[in-house]
Design a protein around this ligand. Sequence first.
Ligand code: SF4
Length: 430
Amino acid sequence: MQIEDVLCTFCGCLCDDIKVEVDEGRIEKVRGACRLGSSKIMGHNRIKSPMIRVNGELKEISYEEAYRRAAEILINARHPLLYGWASTTCEALKKGILLAEEIGGVVDTTATVCHGPSIIGIEEKGAVGSTLGQIKNRADLIVFWGCNPSEAHPRHTLRYSSNACGRFTPDGRKGRKVLVVDVRETRTARNADRFLRIQPGTDYEIISALRMIIGGKADSLPEDVAGVSKKELIEIAEMMKSAKFGAIFFGLGLTHSRGRYKNVDNALSLVSELNSHTKFVIMAMRGHYNVTGAGQVLAWSSGYPMAVDYARGAPYYNPGETSCCDLLSRRDVDAALIIASDPASNLPRGCVEALAEMPVIQIDPFENPTTLFADVVIPSAIAGIEVEGTAYRMDGLSLRLRKLVDVEYPGDVEILQAILDNVRRLRDDN
Ligand code: SF4
């Protein structure tokens, strides 16, 4: 049986045109997805059974025992961390927030170590945004700043941006200009009409210079700004001003270089000022498929988009204090529930060492380096393939994930509810 219009739950593009062949309840073939998406949908490297660590070795147990052990860890902790959430559904995070309220924990998402600075910048300044559909249908200038979609979001250019054919952009790539700003010549840069190579950590200066040119103050600029000639900057500013509809997509190259959220703040101002001349929008290239949704659910539940501490009985947010890396490096959390993420591969070494010293519960369909030190491992169904739910695309559009096949694994919502029930039961028993 062929199932059409399946969503790919790998990256923030959430491509919704994938075809999947299912035979006797198993996925046999994936058509239309990129290599990253295909491998996720085919579901390699699954965790087979719930496990707990005994004398350094993981030992298989039942789901009931795993839920009970997880609940014991959480209620015995002084200040537990509930981290991840970017590769699961919005419904799962809703349950996670209930659990955090019950145990006085901190909920933080993977955004804290990727587009956290973008979120803070957008909170401060506001963003002129749009849907990916508007960009596909209208944009005649695409700017990729500090991002490399050809490798990280392989179908982005074809479906939504530089190469996409839209209603008012029927010629696709031929009808568009593509500008890449980056510190190195990436694959995306090699396919651009213009590549502006900048020195690492100079995004803020370059954006400020472009703002001055666009604001009519080019005369006040020196002949060279952070290694880029004034002449070249004037040409880039003209390219932006003369577009009918421009879109900037920015990645970690902007948010993780010197200046961090101030770089984003400055880029948002640039786009806002470009709107005095033409139509321009800006969007973060979100990585995990539902990292946008995780921010949305936390924001509408607590008022804050990440790093929310429920230990005081009311949501408290202070990035730099309540974000996972800060908590771990200060040893201010003493147990962790890691869901749908792999901090062992992505957090700084000191934070991973701190995690490895405390009891860790891992909920994930797939084995990853975090499994190597997890004390309780609970395998879950894959959202969008084995369980349904809601996810937000990188432009904030919410999409419904379908269940394609039946499996014996419970979904994240079910697992979190069972842990919550066990927490309440253990509390009542004491
Ligand atoms: Fe999946 Fe992203 Fe590839 Fe689309 S671009 S198929 S969402 S991994």
